[in-house]
Design a protein around this ligand. Structure first.
Ligand code: NDP
Ligand code: GDP
Length: 323
């Protein structure tokens, strides 16, 4: 029988990649969509899948909408990707972040428990949970958490709620502790896309400089298209569990800039300007994940190198700017 999946955050980067992947696997895909003054369906249009997804109006802050969606759809799998997902914005809007990213997950879990307790539930956890732990150069499922932003704090609540619903009610809940993952569909405010978009504009003479904050921070960057496959694999196992999804390689923002500018024959040092506006009240200095459990249990491995990822993003931004 055809499986049904419900994705919150279907209009986001991961939502679009996951919806595309699940449609290719033969799923009937339901996507929860929030009401915005301007529809944010451009990523689904990019993949030409907008008309293949059954869109359901709802919001993670609105329990009533979650309950009625779960009651009517009765999905086999629920992927909770919806969030206020930008770390920097979480200091400006801490309570909204807590409501959507934190409490929203519990509202959805509660709706699952009441209306489709057999459904398998995926929670989009994050490497931001590890935050400030300098003494752990590589982070795994057993590394202690120390979130460093209101976003990280909200995600820790959602992560703990998922484990608690698993232990309390036997909900098949899995947390994917995903390290940063990017793509040509990444939001423009995140650093990789900000860089690749600027590189394209600078190359075409439309922009003169690129203002960034702390370029010595290090991240473990992978490709969103690879990472959504891990989300799906987690829900196909016999027992629910939590997994780190990462590449195992860490690079600084500076190194990532060098790759992007060199790809179009430019030197990043001629264009990058350090601007205090983009520094954060508390920084996560270094993230590097250990994906060995995901490799061992799920058979998952990242397939895209940082160089391939950044060049793919620069190419896409060049194409956008030329059009
Ligand atoms: P995006 O920011 O691209 O997408 C977020 C999605 O959440 C959008 O569809 C947005 O809808 C939706 N959303 C926002 N507010 C609400 C709300 N109140 N109710 C319901 N939905 C809402 O994020 P990504 O796709 O990059 O990430 C997916 C998930 O994975 C997020 O939870 C993120 O925090 C997490 N994550 C991401 C990582 C990454 O590197 N990308 C790393 C680790 C975790 P709208 O378009 O209407 O605003
Ligand atoms: P995050 O890891 O989820 O916060 O993803 P981001 O892409 O937003 O940020 C990654 C890192 O880049 C963080 O350490 C930021 O401090 C750093 N960074 C430096 N300059 C910028 C900038 O201009 N924008 C963003 N978004 N991040 C920046």
């Amino acid at each position: 029988m055809q499986k049904k999946a419900l994705i919150t955050g279907v209009t986001g980067q991961d939502g679009a990649y996951l919806a595309k992947y699940l449609l290719e696997q033969g799923y009937e895909v339901y996507g929860m969509i929030t009401r915005r003054s301007t529809p944010s369906t451009w990523r689904l249009e990019y993949f030409n899948i907008l008309d293949k997804i059954k869109l359901q109006k709802g919001d993670l802050t609105d329990s009533a909408s979650l309950m009625s969606i779960l009651f009517s759809c009765k999905p086999d799998e629920v992927y909770n990707l919806g969030a206020q997902s930008f770390v920097a914005a979480s200091w400006a809007q801490p309570l909204l972040t807590a409501e959507v990213t934190g409490l929203g997950a519990m509202k959805l879990l509660e709706a699952v428990r009441r209306f489709c307790p057999e459904a398998r539930y995926y929670q989009a956890s994050t490497s931001e949970l590890f935050g400030g732990l300098k003494e752990y150069p590589v982070q795994s499922e057993t590394t202690p958490f120390h979130p460093r932003s209101p976003y990280g704090v909200a995600k820790l609540f959602a992560h703990s709620a998922t484990i608690n619903y698993r232990e309390s009610y036997n909900i098949f809940g899995c947390c994917g502790i995903l390290f940063n993952h990017e793509s040509p569909l990444r939001g423009i405010e995140f650093v990789t896309r900000k860089v690749t978009s600027a590189v394209a504009k600078i190359k075409l003479g439309k922009q003169k400089e690129l203002r960034l904050g702390n370029i010595d921070a290090k991240r473990d960057w992978g490709f969103a298209g690879d990472y959504v496959k891990a989300m799906h694999l987690m829900l196909q196992q016999d027992t629910p569990d939590d997994y780190v999804i990462a590449t195992g390689r860490t690079s600084s923002i500076r190194e990532m800039c060098k790759i992007a500018f060199e790809y179009v024959g430019l030197n990043y040092e001629d264009y990058v300007v350090i601007d205090p506006e983009f520094f954060r009240p508390a920084e996560v200095d270094l993230l590097r994940g250990d994906p060995s459990k995901a490799k061992r249990v799920l058979g998952w491995t990242p397939e895209t190198s940082l160089e391939q990822l950044i060049c793919m993003m620069v190419d896409a931004d060049l194409k956008r700017e030329q059009n």
